[in-house]
Every structure is written in C-alpha cells, then in structure tokens.
Design a protein around this ligand. Structure first.
Ligand code: ATP
Ligand code: MG
Ligand code: MG
Length: 351
C-alpha cells in the first residue's frame, strides 16, 4: 500500500497511525522529540527538527502523501516538503489556523459570528481595544496557544497590565468574553473529490482551559444542529479542504459563535472511536489518500473523558467498568495537565 507521512508524533499521530495501518497503509512519523507516543505504533520514525533540510527532504521522498497532527509547522519546512509531496489538508488551512487574527478575519469574512476581537501589540493598543470591546475579555497569544496556554483573563480593566505582561511581548489578540450556555464542536471531513461528511456535534466541558469531557449528542435544537453542521461545511468548502477539521463553537441565545478551528483530528472527536463505524482517525486517513469517506453515522451515544496527569491513578477502577473503552497513549512521564489517555463510555441505543 501507499506510505503516509505524518508530521508530529503525539497521541493524535499515534491514533492516525493505528487507523492507517488498519487500512493497510505504511506510516512514517516525523517528530523532533525523542520517543514519541506515535513511534510505538508507526512503521517508521524520523527524529529530526523542522529546520533539518536533509531530513525533511528524505522524509518527503519516502512517502506518498503528508498530513499532520498539529498546525504549527514552520512555513519553511512546509515549502521543502511540498516541493516533493502533496500536503493534506492544504497550506491555506494551515496559514489561517496558525494565527488567531488571520483565523478570526477568515471566519468573519465567511459571515460567521466570532467574539469581537482586536490585534494587540502594546499597552496603547490594548487600552484602545478595551475601550471598544470592554471587560470581561480574554487576551490570547496569536500563535502557538493550546489547552488554554498563552491566555490571560481580563475581568476588570485593572487586570490589563498583568495580562499584557503575561504575553511576554508576543503578538496577541483581545477577545470579548462570550456568555455561552455551553460549548460544542463539530468534527467534519471533506474528501479529495469535494464530498463532505459530518459527525453529530459533541458538547464539550473544559476544566482549567483543557478539554475534560465530550458528550454526544450535545444539547441542541434541530436548527442549532443544522446550523453547526452547515457552517462547518462552508469552512471546508471555502478552504478547498481535504481531511478532518474541528470547529469549536459557543452556543448563545443569539446563535452559534465560532471560537476556533483546528485543521486536524480533534480531541473532542475521540468519541467517534466507539460511537461510529468509521472514526475521525480513519476518516482523516481516508480523505488524505482519496478514498470515499465514512458517512459519520453514530451507532451509540458516547461520553468521552480525558485522562489528564494523575487521572491515570484511576486506571484499575476504569478497567473494571462496563462499556468503558480505554484509549491510552503510552506516555511514560506524568506531568500535571498532560493528556495521558481517554475513556469512551458507551451508551448503547435501545432497539
Ligand atoms: P485548544 O486546546 O482547544 O486549542 P486554546 O488554547 O486554543 O485551546 P481556546 O479554545 O481559545 O484555547 O480557549 C479555551 C477555552 O476558554 C474555550 O474552550 C472556552 O471555554 C474559553 N474561552 C476562550 N475564548 C473565550 C471567549 N472569547 N469567551 C468566553 N470563553 C472563552
Ligand atoms: Mg486552540
Ligand atoms: Mg479551543
């Protein structure tokens, strides 16, 4: 079979590798860090940095298509890879999702609702933006943030100087605080021929900025569910996207507000492993190799719970639970806040 190159060897790369090998593909991981979780399951691993021209060139020569598990791949590395091999999802999705400002402008350009936002470079621009947007608000680094890192809450205007100091001089984005009833996400996919498939939205609960649980189905009216799926489809089509995309949304009385998009498989889509015949990882592999997509149908309701840090101490009890599927990432070191695995609690449909 064909060889699939995956940039990034974390748990997402690992679960993509498992799905790819189940379909008979060979997987080659590219990861700067030693002993990555994906390295335990992939056919081949290159340990090298994104500035290593020789390693990047050899990697691209060894694979038929390149995909990735994270969006912060340096542009120079992408240029080298793309000369030899298609990258899916494409460069436009990466360009837009690498920078929160570019992403917000893109979403607004599509006519979608976002939090009010402003580009922040210094105290003067922050003061001006707060005068416009008001408090409460959130200051976020434009690039490289994940799991709520690189964010500072501004509850009152007094918090502004400290929030700016927390950015350590990095370009930042001020977002007005959205009062939402709950958060949901749509995991959607688009194939090489432009076909689109969507999973039912999941309801997400975050604790300390990190995803804690995803519950499917989410509490949504029929029209909210339709809105969520249609807006994900618009984003996919606009980007001429190939692969799985995660769209995070706030549910408000005034409608759905897009928080952010991720051009990859998404933590809030892990429930599909035990809720659907074709999960998000297989779906992504199918898309990037040009196969037909699974239809996204759900055979069971699921509650996904992330196992973070010393949640792993609960493993003996979790392993005894009925209808509780364990997914562990093989990570050796437990750090507070580190994602070690997840469980999918399956709620079987009757009849
Ligand atoms: P991820 O790991 O999902 O990439 P991230 O670091 O990019 O996370 P965000 O998704 O921007 O962070 O924010 C994390 C959480 O903080 C959101 O899921 C939401 O609960 C809250 N949040 C972020 N922005 C806003 C906002 N403008 N208004 C209200 N709550 C917000
Ligand atoms: Mg994010
Ligand atoms: Mg997020």
């Amino acid at each position: 079979g064909a060889t699939i190159g995956i940039l990034g060897g974390g748990q997402l790369g690992r679960m993509l590798s498992v799905a790819a090998s189940r379909l008979g593909f060979v997987c080659h991981i590219y990861e700067p860090g030693a002993n990555p979780p994906a390295g335990q399951v992939a056919d081949r691993v290159t340990t090298a940095g994104y500035d290593d021209v020789e390693a990047l060139t050899a990697f691209a020569a060894s694979v038929d298509v390149i995909t990735y598990e994270f969006e912060n791949i340096p542009t120079e590395a992408l240029d080298i890879l793309e000369r030899q091999c298609p990258i899916r999802p494409g460069r436009e999705a990466l360009r837009i999702s690498q920078d929160r400002l570019t992403e917000k402008n893109f979403l607004q350009g599509l006519g979608l609702n976002t939090a009010p936002f402003a580009d922040i470079s210094d105290q003067a621009s922050l003061d001006a933006a707060l005068a416009e947007i008001g408090a409460p608000a959130i200051l976020k680094t434009r690039r490289f943030g994940y799991d709520g890192k690189g964010q500072a809450r501004i509850k009152t205007l007094n918090d502004a100087p400290q929030a700016l100091a927390d950015m350590s001089g990095a370009p930042a984005l001020l977002e007005g605080f959205i009062t939402f009833s709950h958060e949901i996400s749509v995991i959607a996919a688009r194939g090489l021929q432009g076909d689109v498939a969507c999973y039912d939205p999941g309801e997400n609960v975050h604790t300390d900025g990190i995803l804690d649980t995803t519950t499917v189905p989410a509490k949504l009216s029929g029209s909210q569910r339709m809105d969520a799926v249609l807006l994900a489809g618009r984003i996919l089509n606009e980007l001429d996207y190939v692969g799985v995309l995660g769209v995070e949304l706030f549910v408000t009385p005034a409608g759905l507000v897009v928080n952010e998009i991720a051009p990859r498989v998404h933590n809030s889509g892990h429930w599909t492993q035990n809720g659907c015949s074709v999960d998000q990882f297989e779906q992504h592999i199918r898309a990037v190799v040009g196969w037909p997509l699974g239809d996204g149908q759900r055979h069971s309701d699921v509650v996904m719970e992330n196992l973070i840090g010393d949640d792993m101490d609960r493993l003996p009890e979790l392993a005894k639970e009925a209808d509780c599927a364990l997914h562990l990432y093989g990570k050796a070191v437990t750090k507070p806040g580190r994602k070690m695995g997840h469980v999918n609690r399956i709620i079987r449909k009757k009849g």
